[in-house]
Design a protein around this ligand. Structure first.
Ligand SMILES: *Cc1c(COP(=O)(O)O)cnc(C)c1O
Length: 410
């Protein structure tokens, strides 16, 4: 099954139908879970539609990848066993001596992979506050081959101008010096060094319902499908999407050569999840907007960080770049650590847990939980105060969620 081009259909229609057709053998309306590791060949080397071995291709995964491609307006999508496995695939496109410019508050696991795995393999990294475009310009080097950003960011919900970053990346394409090592055709697609920087956008926090970075100039989009795409806190998976045929060829080669693919059951569950992505996201956004406005007038709240509030420093950019403002809210509670710890112990409907993007509401304390590995002064520089709490607003009845927060803050 080839990936479908971005047809002139609405997003909701893509969510439900893209990549999926009734099963040709029975008419089953849902894509079957192809639990198979291999496929029978009629003659040596003769098999159907590229299905020879299930690491390389599985029909449930093919349907999911076509669905993902349509959601992001991509020509190609690739599914992985986790968001970090997707990251690993894209970073293999670089080689020793190449340089990566990274937004300063990326997901901790993404920073760890660059800093502890790919640094050891010779990649260099510079972190910058990407709300400051001239700072990105200053961080670029002739050896830069990737600019990596998340928007909105975690947990400060900074909004980064994707089209603006792409202009900087393009300006540097002509200044790139050749990567270490010449072209080596014996290496297959990875034998050709990247000759210019690529822009990679982690779209996990927004989901394609809120923004489609490929349309704003990203070369590659990354998802942790563990979050909004999965949406039910029951699958760990990742994805990459692109419109660039040459990059797609490299990513496909790497997906198979490294092999961090998801199982058929996980693909099935994600296909089921994306059918409701648009309705879930709509409710996440409505609930979060209501809660952000309620928190903003609460006497025990020092500050609410939500891209939909006019007080957010990049509110105008968020209005321009995003279709709505998402389900994530960060809030600073007056009095620092102790009052915020008490609040986290007292919530009943919100669950105290890491992760985000599920239908159920979660609450967490970045300084103690998700961002504890960052040294206190670096945390402070990023604005991660001891009173900072992060909410992943679910799709429960919003009045119940507000009542839960209200009781916990008393
Ligand atoms: C969770 C997350 C990841 C990592 O994804 P896994 O599926 O946990 O491997 C990457 N980026 C962001 C923004 C995330 O929230």
């Amino acid at each position: 099954m080839p990936h479908e081009p971005h047809a002139p259909l609405g997003f909701a229609t893509h969510c439900i139908h893209a990549g999926q057709a009734p099963d040709p053998s029975t008419g089953a309306i849902m894509t079957p879970v192809y639990m198979t590791s291999t496929y029978v060949q009629s003659s040596p080397g003769v098999f159907k539609d590229g299905y020879d071995y299930a690491r390389s291709k599985n029909p449930t995964r093919t349907a999911l990848e076509a669905n993902f491609a349509a959601l992001e307006g991509a020509t190609h999508a690739f599914a992985f066993s986790s968001g970090l496995a997707a990251m690993d695939c894209v970073l293999h496109q670089l080689r020793a001596g190449d340089h990566v410019v990274l937004s300063d508050d990326v997901y901790g696991g993404s920073f760890r992979q660059l800093d502890k795995v790919f640094r050891h393999l010779g990649l260099e990294t510079t972190r910058v506050d990407m709300t400051d475009l001239p700072a990105i310009e200053r961080a670029m080097r002739p050896s830069t081959r990737a600019v990596w950003l998340e928007t909105p960011s975690n947990p400060m919900l900074k909004v980064i101008d994707i089209a603006g970053v792409r202009r900087i990346v393009d300006a540097w394409a002509g200044k790139a010096t050749p990567s270490g090592g010449a072209r080596d055709t014996t290496l297959g697609p990875l034998g050709t060094p990247l000759d210019a920087p690529i822009l990679i956008v982690d779209n996990t926090f927004a989901s394609p319902y809120l923004q489609t970075p490929l349309a704003l100039g990203a070369h590659v989009v990354l998802h942790s499908c563990t979050k909004y795409l999965g949406g039910h806190s029951d699958v760990v998976a990742g994805a990459l999407m692109t419109r660039d045929a040459i990059l797609a060829e490299r990513l496909k080669f790497t997906q198979n050569a490294v092999g961090a693919v998801p199982g058929a059951m996980d693909c099935f569950m994600l296909l089921r999840s994306t059918k409701t992505l648009h309705v879930r996201m709509q409710r996440h956004c409505e609930n979060a907007a209501t809660i952000a406005a309620w928190l903003a007038q609460h006497p025990k709240v020092e500050k609410v960080i939500y891209p939909g509030l006019p007080s957010h420093p990049q509110h105008a950019l968020a209005r321009k770049q995003m279709r709505a403002f998402g389900g994530m809210i960060s809030v600073v509670i007056k009095g620092g650590l102790e009052p915020s710890r008490r609040m986290l112990e007292r919530v009943r409907l919100f669950s105290l847990a890491e992760s985000l993007g599920g239908v159920e509401s979660l609450i967490e304390h970045p300084a103690i939980m998700t961002h504890a590995s960052i040294p206190p002064d670096a945390r402070a520089a990023l604005g991660i105060a001891d009173g900072l709490i992060r909410l992943s607003v679910g799709i429960e009845d919003v009045n119940d969620l507000i009542a839960d927060l209200d009781t916990a803050m008393k």
